[in-house]
Design a binder for this molecule. Structure first.
Ligand code: 2AL
Length: 236
């Protein structure tokens, strides 16, 4: 089985980290390739960034179909391009926010999302609603660390831990969902510190795709996610 993990941003070090975290959980015989689009924003933390990265995400899934991948993960917490990617993929396509929120629903009464910047909170709430889990999402909290500083800022870990602790208290929740693929490597450490389940969407999405492929399940091509007619494009 081959799974293509698409990091919608173009920061190569983050793509490498996402690949490591994905391979750490994938099963025997599963090949995981982590890629990012050849052009696009270095991080996704606004509606504008999401719109700008989506064509690159879809291109990676289209090329993945030619390359023979069995399924795809969209490794950015806003799940940019997810629905368009489903239209062009035969196998399953899973976004990390969707996988993390659905996984968290198994683990407690409610969950808190800890995201990067405050401006991403509205979109996170919107997607929780669209996935039907907004009743379980007790709160969305920002640690105010930009995506590209998650690795370089020596205070980042500590700030994320503080944000998780205060989210659990403020929301009265019992599970933490990490709101950025760039936090994937902190998941084990945070669950040890917090003593509650901490869900990393990269791991959750990879295992969800793996499970769906093993079950022989792919994206339904009846109706909304049928292959769309490819249209003539005007201009460059
Ligand atoms: C993200 C993410 O997962 N990747 C990225 O570039 N931005 N999420 C976020 N909340 O900022």
């Amino acid at each position: 089985m081959r799974i293509k993990v698409v990091n919608p941003n173009t920061t190569a070090s983050m793509t490498a980290k996402i690949g490591e975290c994905a391979r750490a959980v994938s099963g025997q015989g599963v090949i995981v390739d982590a890629v990012s689009p050849s052009s696009g924003p270095v991080s996704i933390e606004s509606h504008h960034d999401e719109a700008m990265c989506a064509p690159g995400v879809v291109r990676e899934v289209l090329s993945g179909e030619v390359e023979g991948y069995d399924g795809y993960v969209i490794a950015c917490f806003g799940d940019p391009g997810l629905l368009a990617a489903r239209e062009v993929a035969a196998g399953p396509v899973v976004g990390i926010a969707e996988a993390a929120m659905r996984t968290a629903a198994y683990l407690g009464r409610s969950f808190s999302v800890v995201t990067t910047l405050e401006r991403t909170i509205g979109h996170t709430r919107d997607i929780a609603r669209s996935y039907g889990v907004s009743d379980l999402c007790a709160g969305v909290h920002a640690c105010e660390i930009p995506v590209v500083e998650l690795d370089s800022d020596p205070t980042a870990r500590g700030k994320i831990l503080v944000a998780c602790r205060s989210a659990l208290v403020a929301d009265g929740s019992d599970v933490v969902v990490l709101g950025c693929a760039g936090m994937a490597d902190l998941c084990d450490w945070l669950s040890g510190e917090l003593d509650v389940p901490v869900v990393d969407g990269v791991a959750a999405a990879v295992l969800t795709v793996e499970q769906l492929v093993r079950l022989g399940l792919g994206t339904s091509k009846r109706g909304e996610f049928a292959t769309p007619p490819m249209k003539e494009h005007v201009g460059s």
